[in-house]
Design a protein around this ligand. Structure first.
Ligand code: SAJ
Length: 419
């Protein structure tokens, strides 16, 4: 188990940090990605994604000669697959990137190699991947064939929090699901090259469901908070005060409501459980529906605020300026993927006949979906001139705004910043 060369397939938010951390242990790491621009950027020692502290580790790994990126897989002792697993229009998991990754490494596999799947996957995907590989390499023995395999295969989900990846990658415990105990042992040996947390070994299928369970747990709990926010709005109760009070109970720990649940994990992964167990899931599906419906509820709140503004001011609807604060899927990042704030801002821009403003300090220009439909403005301008304020993302910069600067009578605050 010496792992002289390690290959990481997929150099995105998980693959690149993992490749860089392995290279920082002075291992020869070859990163593989189909995106030629990402490959070229990494080979310059730069990064194509935003994640605190990643740039320095990648720069050092590349300039010291331990990390190199390429488009074509090469022979290695271990392969880590970290490619996207999105869902299709009907919420069924889309495994085409995992299949493409397996197809791309199959020709370079050799006896003794280890293949680990890290992508969030429905239960059974690791076994499926092993079958794909076995069909392509009938000259090799795989774990499903019994006996000592030529290729060791395991599933180990990434569990790192965007914004804290470099820290959590090293310190979080790691669930390792080998297809056999020997596969688990091999995979643990690889992660121990950099991991300070524990390697906890289990079966591949349990590890797959464990990852889906973690994100579904969070989704269900956020849905609970979001449902409370609807009830509180109806009853004239401050939901943040309510949650803070309830959380003083030693066994209550409610999460925070918001405009919905975004990102590429929590809003996606529970659907993998739903897709595989349609007749069993009720809570997990409902939580998804509660969270997915929240942006529409926020739009209704904005419509009600505008109607009230029309009643109490002498302005026409087309003279009223609505300003959205925040577009990203969570605070203090620049990631707009699957962002409920983006969804709300787009719906407002489409519906409102007056000006729609957006304040988002983490981006330099509006994304295509809002270009020409809304205007990116500074926080000061929006606070001084907009009529209706819609707080969507609790960036630290927004939390730092003095209460005396927020003078509007019409505020829809989905984050409890201006409560
Ligand atoms: N959110 C709320 N209220 C809360 C907490 C979060 O509305 O109290 C919203 C956020 O604003 C955001 C969404 O939920 O829109 C997701 O944000 P997050 O910070 O909960 O999670 P992610 O998507 O950044 O990362 C999650 C993490 N999973 C868990 O915490 C169980 C991370 O550890 C996983 O590695 C990651 O998904 C992943 O890649 O699967």
């Amino acid at each position: 188990m010496s792992f002289d060369t390690i290959s990481v397939i997929g150099l995105g938010y998980i693959g690149l940090p993992t490749a860089a951390v392995l290279a920082s242990q002075q291992k020869k790491v070859v990163g593989v990605d189909i995106n030629a621009r990402a490959v070229e950027t990494i080979n310059r020692g730069a990064i194509h994604i935003v994640e605190p502290a990643l740039d320095k580790v990648v720069y050092e790994a590349v300039t010291q000669g331990f990390l190199r990126a390429t488009i074509q897989p090469e022979a290695a002792d271990a392969f880590l697959i970290a490619v996207p697993t999105p869902f299709m229009a009907d919420h069924q998991p889309d495994l085409r990137f995992v299949k493409a990754a397996a197809e791309s490494i199959a020709p370079v596999l050799k006896k003794g190699d280890l293949v680990i799947l890290e992508s969030t996957s429905p239960v059974g995907t690791t076994e499926l991947m092993a079958e794909w590989l076995a069909v392509m390499r009938s000259d090799l023995r795989f774990p499903q064939h019994g006996g000592t395999p030529d290729i060791f295969i395991a599933y180990s989900p990434e569990r790192v929090l965007p914004g804290k990846i470099m820290q959590e990658l090293i310190h979080n415990d790691r669930v390792i699901g080998g297809m056999t105990p020997a596969c688990s042992a091999q995979a643990s040996a690889l992660y121990r090259l950099f991991l300070q947390g524990e390697c906890v070994e289990t079966k591949a299928r349990t590890a797959e469901l464990c990852k889906l369970t973690e994100n579904s747990f969070r989704d269900v709990n956020i849905a609970f908070a979001n449902e409370l926010s609807l009830i509180c709005a109806d009853q004239g109760i401050n939901v943040w005060e309510l949650i803070a009070l309830a959380n003083r109970h030693p066994r209550v720990n409610i999460l925070q409501p918001g405009p919905g649940v975004g990102g590429h994990c929590i809003a996606v992964d529970p659907w993998f459980i739903v897709a595989q167990n349609p007749s069993l899931v009720r809570l997990i599906r409902t939580a998804r529906e509660v969270n997915d419906s929240k942006p529409h509820w926020v739009l209704q709140q904005v419509k009600a605020a505008l109607a009230d503004c029309l009643t109490h001011s002498c302005k026409r609807a087309d003279e009223i300026v609505i300003a959205c604060f925040g577009l990203t899927f969570k605070p203090d990042i620049d990631d707009l993927r699957e962002s409920p704030a983006m969804q709300v801002a787009q719906m407002i821009a489409k519906w409102h006949c007056g000006q729609s403003w957006v304040v988002e300090p983490h981006i330099a220009s509006l994304p295509a979906a809002l270009d020409g439909k809304a205007e990116l403005v500074a926080s000061e301008q929006a606070l001084a001139q907009a009529d209706v304020l819609v707080m969507l993302v609790d960036h630290s910069l927004f939390r730092a705004v003095e209460a005396s600067q927020v003078t509007q009578s019409w505020i829809v605050d989905t984050r409890g910043v201006w409560r």
